[in-house]
Design a protein around this ligand. Structure first.
Ligand SMILES: [Zn+2]
Length: 280
């Protein structure tokens, strides 16, 4: 089966050196395996999307010398053909399938209420048994998870993994308050639609991968179930995860400061290559 991978940035801030590492590692691994690469922009959270951040994605990829085979070449192509806003029907069809399982429930908890009543940083189950109508105004839709809901896969970098969803992403959100599909569902829907079978992510997304594999199993999205996953360590600065900002680690700032994209590419490609040599 031909290898198809993707880089999937979110235009909610300026891309940083950690994103560059993920993109370059994805590109190296994809090319190493003779695959094709797609640019797939996660822009569903329209409240956080800014034109400047979208432009930054294309500028940063050019700066790093990354080329891709499929997907938008620029922001106008993105909006004309690829924005996730055009894919609402596909997401809603999957949401309807989830509702049919009887495990979707409406939740009216605010983020503050959840934080205040949770003891383990997970959803405390406040609305699980309230049987609120799904059309309750301003309700999120959550998918009920049970203690036996575990997800297993063999990670390309980390080896065999088993994640208990109940403890890692309990009763996860599948539709947001605004009626739009949540990230986990949209991401799965798009990767499935594009036949993506090689996914390279940071280790901060392990719970997301588990959630998406669980959704894929529930929704019989079989191509996604067969995908290979590679989770890499995150680049940190002073022990902290990098955040999207205009700070000194943003690619934009490095570009403006006269850093060489080719030099960054070279450094990170070597790091990526060290991964490839340990991966069999
Ligand atoms: Zn709730």
């Amino acid at each position: 089966m031909p290898i198809r991978s993707r880089i999937a940035p979110t235009p909610s801030g300026y891309l940083h050196i950690g994103n560059a590492y993920n993109f370059l590692l994805t590109e190296q691994l994809c090319h190493h395996l003779g695959g094709s690469l797609r640019l797939r922009i996660d822009d569903l959270d329209t409240a956080r999307v800014r034109q400047a951040y979208l432009d930054d994605i294309f500028e940063s990829l050019h700066f790093l010398g990354i080329t891709w085979d499929k997907g938008p070449r620029n922001t106008s192509e993105h909006f004309a053909e690829y924005t996730q806003s055009l894919r609402g029907d596909a997401y809603n069809a999957l949401l309807a399938q989830l509702v049919d399982t009887g495990r979707v429930f409406a939740c009216t908890c605010s983020r503050a209420q959840i934080t205040a009543s949770s003891t383990d940083a997970q959803y405390p189950g406040t609305c699980r048994d309230l049987k609120l109508p799904l059309d309750t105004p301003n309700a999120t839709w959550r998918f009920r998870t049970e203690p036996e809901d575990t997800v297993h896969w063999v990670d390309g970098f980390l080896g065999p993994l088993t994640l208990p969803l109940f403890h890692r992403n309990r009763d996860f959100v599948v539709r947001k308050r605004d009626g739009i599909a949540a990230y986990q569902l949209a991401s799965l829907a798009d990767d499935s639609a594009y036949g993506i079978n090689l996914i390279v992510r940071g280790e901060d997304l392990l719970a997301s991968t588990a959630t998406q594999l669980f959704l894929a199993r529930t929704l019989a999205q079989n191509s996604f179930l067969l995908a290979d996953f590679y989770h890499h360590p995150l680049i940190k600065e002073n022990g902290e995860k990098l955040s999207k900002s205009a700070g000194s680690t943003s690619l934009k700032a490095m570009h403006h400061a006269g850093c060489s994209g080719a030099a960054i590419r070279n450094d990170y490609a070597q790091w990526a290559a060290s991964f490839l040599h340990t991966e069999q």
